[in-house]
Design a protein around this ligand. Structure first.
Ligand code: FAD
Length: 419
């Protein structure tokens, strides 16, 4: 049976779900229905393999502004999604090298820019850091520290739970186990989607297929530059005496590791995205060599970590949390950053198809889900909730139109603090 929707969202991750809920709310229940089409189940992709940290520090002022707004949405999600989720406002400590060069200057510039955006982000002393971490953290004279008190810790199963409840409350149709295979288009509009469950017609289409986007849209001539950067995530069982509950998130740019406490007594960690131009270029070359494409995310092997990878992480834990001794390994897995060449989102209307909108996260977007949903809904329903405060031009897919991607990662290389 053919189905008709006002808006179809491809991909049931956190970004697709947020877009669907906001568009449906914008339409009300009478003037059209929204569907999420998900080839596995809601939240099956990268949205179930992140660290659930919501922070505002970002090298782009506009991204920082959006993250600040998103933080407020997460704290009171009910008006948007019809459901609230628990959160903990743990704050975050940022650790950087006290280099006597442009790297230190860029941290000072970041502090200044974030403060201008109204984001509380300020340098703190070694003594402050010891106090904030309840003496759990090792500080080193050659390091500098910043503190962002408004950072939230969420929990990924609770986010998935909220997505499922919100889909029911907002009356969005969720078509799971439904794979979008191809598109029909006429002139500058996509008219229908061919799926594993038949043809689906849509007035508006939102691409929230994340890492799968490049493959999905290549058939209709769209170049969506997304590649996968693999990363290990590891969990260690720790004592509450060694790493206290309520410890801030640690964004350690000296050891290249994010640490957070979650689910009882677990210290969770992973490396940040690489900002190195050559690493980004390598991720894009790997995509061309990988016949599985983004489906590698679903491979069972992703749930293994080798001893060598683990030893690397153990070293980072022992280095930063000396009280722990050798921590107890409590499970790990591979995840993947779905990166773009300049590590910025792809957000907003397509430049070729007038009824197509992109909402892709560039490896850092759980935190933005509610605001991205509102932005895309504004574009589709011609609302004005956020449009005065937000300019998404720098995130447009149009920036990649000349096909010379290398200039993006070269321009980006080592310019900022890794945010
Ligand atoms: C280790 C790690 C830690 C992270 N920690 C954080 C963090 O603390 N905070 C933060 O903000 N971000 C974090 N991120 C980033 C975050 O995980 C992602 O930005 C976010 O999950 C992306 O969501 P998404 O909805 O775009 O993608 P996905 O969740 O991958 O959703 C895309 C969906 O599209 C579906 N799909 C694909 N193709 C089709 C098709 N043809 N038909 C139908 N469905 C299709 C897929 O099955 C998938 O479910 C982290 C990332 C990693 C790797």
């Amino acid at each position: 049976m053919n189905r008709h929707y006002h808006t179809v969202v491809i991909g049931g991750g956190c970004l697709g779900a947020a877009c669907a809920f906001s568009v449906q709310r914008g339409l009300g229940n009478k003037s059209g229905k929204v569907a999420i089409i998900e080839k596995k189940v809601l939240g099956a992709g990268l949205s179930s393999r992140h660290s659930a940290i919501v922070r505002s520090a970002n090298a782009s002022p506009m991204a920082a502004r959006m993250a600040k707004m998103a933080t407020q949405y997460w704290k009171n999600l009910k008006p948007l999604w019809g459901v609230n989720i628990p959160y903990e406002q743990s704050g975050a400590i940022w650790i950087a090298e006290n280099a006597a060069d442009s790297r230190a200057e860029s941290w000072t510039a970041l502090e200044h820019m974030l403060q201008q955006e109204g984001i509380d982000f300020a340098m703190v002393s070694h003594r402050d850091v010891l106090e904030l971490s309840r003496q759990a953290l090792k500080t080193v004279p050659d390091e500098i520290y910043y503190y962002e008190p408004d950072v939230l810790q969420l929990d990924s199963p609770q986010i998935l739970n909220a997505m499922q409840t919100a889909a029911k409350k907002t009356r969005v149709d969720v078509l799971e186990h439904c794979d979008v295979i191809d598109f029909e288009h006429a002139g500058q509009g996509i008219t229908a989607l061919h799926t594993s469950q038949g043809k689906i017609f849509a007035e508006h289409v939102i691409n929230a297929a994340g890492a799968w986007s490049a493959d999905l849209f290549a058939g209709i001539g769209l170049n969506i530059p997304v590649a996968l950067e693999p990363v290990y995530a590891a969990n260690f069982l720790v004592s509450v005496h060694d790493i206290p509950e309520g410890m801030p998130i640690i964004a350690d740019y000296v050891n290249q590791a994010y640490f957070r406490r979650w689910r009882g007594s677990i210290l969770h960690m992973h490396q940040p995205r690489s900002r190195n131009a050559k690493d980004i270029a390598r991720s894009f070359s790997r995509t061309a060599m990988n016949p599985e494409g983004a489906n590698v995310i679903y491979d069972a092997l992703s749930f293994n970590v080798t001893q060598q990878q683990l030893d690397n992480y153990l070293g980072k834990v022992i280095n930063r949390f000396p009280k722990i001794g050798k921590p107890v390994y409590a499970g790990g897995y591979h995840s993947f950053f779905d990166i773009t060449p300049d590590l910025k989102f792809i957000l907003g209307p397509d430049t070729e198809f007038t009824n197509l909108y992109h909402c892709l996260g560039a490896g850092q977007a759980l935190k933005y889900a509610p605001i991205f949903g509102e932005i895309i809904a504004d574009l589709i329903t011609e609302g004005s909730v956020i449009s005065n405060a937000i300019d998404i031009e720098e995130f447009s897919i149009g920036r990649f139109s000349n096909n010379d991607l290398s200039r993006y990662w070269q321009a980006n290389a080592l310019t900022q603090n890794g945010l």
